[in-house]
Ligand binder design. Sequence first.
Ligand SMILES: Nc1nc2c(ncn2[C@@H]2O[C@H](COP(=O)(O)OP(=O)(O)OP(=O)(O)O)[C@@H](O)[C@H]2O)c(=O)[nH]1
Ligand SMILES: [Zn+2]
Length: 204
Amino acid sequence: MSVIFVAASKLPTPFGVFTMHGFLDEATGKEHVALTLGDVADGEPVLGRLHSECLTGDALFSMRCDCGAQLEAALQAIAIEGRGVLLYLRQEGRGIGLLNKIRAYALQDAGADTVEANEQLGFAADQRDYAICKPMLDHLGINEIRLMTNNPRKIKALEGFGIRIAERRPLHIDANPHNLRYLATKAGKLGHLLGDIHQGEVEP
Ligand SMILES: Nc1nc2c(ncn2[C@@H]2O[C@H](COP(=O)(O)OP(=O)(O)OP(=O)(O)O)[C@@H](O)[C@H]2O)c(=O)[nH]1
Ligand SMILES: [Zn+2]
């Protein structure tokens, strides 16, 4: 694996002052980031999240998905505990990239669901590869995680690399009229463990 650690710095946020660790995947040129809080290398299971990049949801306030709210909830949970890790993985659009995700959104505007849209563009429903996580976690001294996710594929992938999952903590976000179908498709076709999807008090 060609992921190398480059530098670390402080990252003050509204939730707390994290340490930001920057990594370069030399094979793809992708730059990945880990945020940590507290001592994560003490051998105890670490509250953690693998967060796949979603420029639209994480930075542009998109209501088409649950990403921005999940990112906030995960950082908040880590801050409350005073210890944890968030890997911010540059796998935009479940691995198809931003421009292809916009193409996929256009197909969804025309009636396709999120899986059909990927497939109509010639992609798999989910093209993410989590192998990059292993060298990042090794660098941070983490081998056991209490993972915040609704996605069983993430658990399987980490276990496949020898990371122990001590617990899965659901990360459910209230739905809104713009992401209701997306969340239902995630649960129905992609295997996400979402239970009953609740619609919050958000204006359409
Ligand atoms: N191709 C495609 N990607 C999308 C769409 N909506 C969101 N995404 C991407 O889906 C990914 C969601 O990432 P995560 O929130 O980390 O993963 P998840 O599979 O939802 O799993 P958990 O949030 O951990 O339960 C991001 O890379 C988004 O950019 C869509 O309609 N099409
Ligand atoms: Zn998103």
